[in-house]
Design a protein around this ligand. Structure first.
Ligand SMILES: C[S@@+](CC[C@H](N)C(=O)[O-])C[C@H]1O[C@@H](n2cnc3c(N)ncnc32)[C@H](O)[C@@H]1O
Length: 439
């Protein structure tokens, strides 16, 4: 979309085209285009309206019902923070007393809108003129234009002395190709600028790729990894008084309520999670105001403790990816009385199952050195016809293995392809209902 197309969509004729496009989006694109043409919508406007309606449909999963009134671009939507994560971050900033925030590289405004909803005055800066215009329109669309304003410009030129906090979610995709950038030095705004903010502003938060090398994390920052429904979605570096602990894993369960909090709802300052050195939390105390205990769980620690190693035991835990990336497997092992069976593989084993939101639990029924023949024979004997396949430390392709097993039977099983003390091993088990994450 360019600025002219956006301006056309904002006219009365454009709004009518958008409404018509919303009614036909999601079906056959040729039929949808014909439907708009039959109403006399000019071809260019019809194409822009249909693209917008399609993006809004896709955005519902990320933003909830508010997506219906937002203006979006494909790259902007792909890079935007989902609402459940943005709302938590905003609530944590508000709880720390932040009243004014600069969002440096605000994109379409997903994070900025969440902060504005939490009662924070947000100054957005965005280098791309179309994205900046769309972010401003989004503030208007959700009734937050008085708390979130956007200027088009270079974030590095923003006078940060005007605000008490800065949030930066640097672009991690190449403009044009959309290809992911893995090297923080290639982020925009640049990594040095982003990490240097902590020395210039009282409170800072920087969103980074979850695969960030721990060696790149500034020593005095808190690094937090966030998963939603078991998918690792981001990491964030918290600076200044916001840095509560060296490493944090936050495990969120999204639910309709997360996406439907009313706009303008203000967070109130409340309890902070843990202080430095406070060790692992059990995750059952709200970390930020408004957190629902059954939806948000936190595990904290230093990130440099090694878990103990022992034999394979009756119960296996597959830790949540946020726990693994945060290097908090040892802290989780402590809460479960568990050990690793191989020092380099993040499966934990314990004698008793304990409910935990930080990983799935399987009861292990068989342990065998990996051999296709033996495994096939065992599954035949057990009449196993369906398997889920988990793997860590194995180069085998689950799909190929599933084909090679030629399963037949009425029973399900869980297979775990891994290594035990260095040896390729397959574990056969079944899920433990109350040892897994709450649904
Ligand atoms: C990852 S996106 C931000 C997404 C946003 N947090 C959200 O959830 O909607 C990064 C944005 O930073 C912008 N950007 C990159 N370098 C910039 C710079 N030097 N100044 C201002 N904006 C910049 C990009 O155009 C892009 O829209």
């Amino acid at each position: 979309m360019d600025l002219d197309q956006f301006a056309a969509l904002r006219t009365a004729e454009g709004s009518a085209a958008l409404a018509a496009a919303t009614g036909v989006a999601g079906g056959d694109p040729l039929v949808a285009a014909a439907a708009l043409r039959s109403r006399g919508v000019p071809a260019g406007l019809a194409a822009a309206a249909l693209t917008q309606a399609e993006l809004r449909r896709r955005a519902v999963g990320k933003f909830g019902p508010e997506a219906a009134g937002m203006f979006l671009t494909r790259p902007g939507l792909e890079q935007a923070t989902r609402r459940v994560v943005a709302d938590r971050r905003a609530a944590r900033l508000a709880a720390a007393g932040v009243r004014t925030l600069a969002d440096l590289g605000c994109g379409l405004g997903a994070d900025a809108l969440a902060a504005a909803r939490a009662g924070i005055r947000v100054y957005g800066v965005e280098a791309d003129p179309v994205t900046a215009a769309l972010a401003a329109a989004n503030a208007e669309a959700v009734g937050l234009a008085d708390r979130f304003t956007v200027e088009c410009g270079d974030a590095t030129a923003f006078d940060v002395t005007r605000v008490d906090a800065v949030f930066c979610d640097p672009a991690r995709r190449r403009a044009g190709t959309g290809r992911r950038i893995f090297d923080p030095d290639a982020y925009s705004p640049p990594w040095d600028f982003v990490t240097g903010l902590a020395a210039r502003v009282p409170h800072t938060v920087v969103k980074v790729a979850p695969g960030i090398d721990h060696a790149r994390i500034p020593a005095d920052a808190e690094a937090e990894w966030v998963s939603v429904d078991g998918d690792l979605v981001e990491a964030a570096l918290w600076g200044g008084p916001l840095a509560g602990v060296p490493r944090r894993a936050t495990v969120l369960r999204a639910g309709p309520a997360d996406r439907q909090r009313p706009a303008g709802g203000q967070a109130t300052p409340g309890d902070r999670p843990t202080g430095p050195g406070a060790g692992a939390t059990d995750g059952h105390q709200p970390a930020v105001p408004g957190d629902l205990p059954e939806r948000s769980h936190q595990l904290t620690g230093t990130g440099d403790v090694e878990a103990g190693v022992g034999p394979v035991r009756r119960y296996l835990y597959d830790p949540d990816p946020a726990v693994v990336r945060a290097h908090l497997v040892a802290e989780l092992a402590d809460t479960l009385d568990a050990t690793l069976a191989d020092p380099s593989i993040a499966y934990l084993y314990a004698d008793v199952p304990r409910p935990t939101p930080f990983g799935r639990c399987l009861e292990i029924v068989d342990v065998l050195p990996f051999s296709l023949k033996r495994l096939r024979a065992l599954l035949r004997e057990r009449r196993v016809g369906r398997v889920e396949i988990l793997k860590r430390g194995s180069a085998l392709s689950p799909e190929q293995l599933r084909r090679d097993l030629r399963l037949a039977g009425e029973n399900p099983a869980s297979l775990v392809l891994t290594r035990v003390a260095g040896a390729p091993t397959v574990l056969v088990g079944r899920p433990v209902a109350d040892g897994g994450p709450p649904g």
